[in-house]
Design a protein around this ligand. Structure first.
Ligand code: ADP
Length: 302
């Protein structure tokens, strides 16, 4: 046994399904208090990675440590630290909500009081007397989350927890994930960039089994390009254009029309207006064509 703080360490994980390499030397570390979005198109390897972290699949190469416990060689100790909500939330539909959670609690030797506290925490109190098959998908996800939280894990692994939810349910589950994630590690997979923007501190993008980006949301936003197309009333030289701050490149599209690319999260329209004013120019047209995180994701994964 090792001593380690609350953390998940994924070291060089490779996974073969037959001859297909589903994960290719994936490494990352997540520490306490982080909500990490695990983003990638379908088939990228997200579920495979999550099943390996939780010990439901064995890696072909590499190791995963969960709060210091090796998931392959100290499986039970490691799994005690993990709450897992699989992609197809497996519930006993004929059971009542409280009955189902009590049943899970008994397996883990968890007190009734603890179950009641979790029911309250995930907002299941009004539905607790109903059968699971009478509940909406949003409430079923809450039950899955409650079950994953029962044993007070350090780490929550949520495989596409918001897929199939309507916009209200989606907001509610996102808020809940943010709330319960405050003193844990949360790794949740999604293929929706907005979701990552809404709740994550960090995003790991995976494509074809390889990590292609691992950045804080702040870093990712700062690296976004901002494109402005502007038409002045006079033709000007590129050397003047080049004096505009944060300019990455400038292309003369036609005579007096320029396409300006900036590398900053600041709104550069005001700078362009100031530039025109300082140089005695008038702006006849200005359009922004910003690349948002969604288009960045498409670029990264296609
Ligand atoms: P994601 O969760 O990102 O959609 P998966 O981890 O489910 O991706 O799948 C990654 C790749 O591994 C895909 O090409 C998928 O077809 C393949 N795969 C997943 N599970 C199995 C399996 N049990 N047997 C064979 N191939 C699999």
């Amino acid at each position: 046994m090792y001593f380690c703080c609350m953390c998940v360490e994924v070291k060089n994980i490779t996974k073969f399904y037959g001859s297909q390499k589903a994960l290719d030397a994936v490494s990352f570390t997540i520490e306490k208090g982080a909500i990490v979005g695990f983003l990638g198109p379908n088939g990228a390897g997200k579920s495979t990675m999550m099943k390996i972290i939780t010990g439901y699949l064995t890696a072909s190469e590499g190791a995963v440590l969960v709060s210091g416990f090796n998931i392959a060689t100290e499986k039970i100790s490691a799994q005690q630290k993990i709450g897992y909500l699989p992609e197809h939330n497996p519930l006993y539909l004929e059971m009542y909500v409280r009955e189902y959670l009590m049943f899970n609690a008994t397996i883990h030797n968890i007190s009734k009081e603890k179950v009641e506290a979790i029911i309250k925490k995930v907002g299941l109190t009004p539905e607790v007397h109903k059968k699971i098959n009478q509940l909406s998908k949003g409430y079923r996800q809450r039950i899955g989350l409650a079950a994953a939280l029962l044993h007070e894990p350090d780490v929550l692994i949520l495989d596409e927890p918001t897929t199939g939810l309507d916009p209200n349910q989606l907001l509610e589950i996102r808020t809940l994930i943010k709330e319960v994630g405050k003193d844990k590690i949360v790794l949740f997979s999604t293929h929706i960039m907005q979701e990552v923007e809404a709740i994550c501190d960090r995003v790991i993008v995976i494509n074809k089994g390889q990590i292609i980006t691992d950045k804080s949301l702040k870093e990712l936003k700062e690296n976004q390009e901002q494109i402005i197309e502007v038409e002045f009333d006079y033709k000007i030289e590129k050397q003047f254009i080049d004096t505009i701050p944060y300019l990455k490149s400038a292309t003369n599209i036609h005579d007096t029309i320029w396409q300006l690319t900036f590398l900053t999260s600041n709104d550069m329209r005001a700078e362009v207006f100031d530039f025109a004013h300082d140089n005695g120019l008038k702006i006849l047209q200005l359009n922004t064509k910003n690349k948002n995180l969604e288009s960045l994701f498409r670029e990264l994964t296609t």
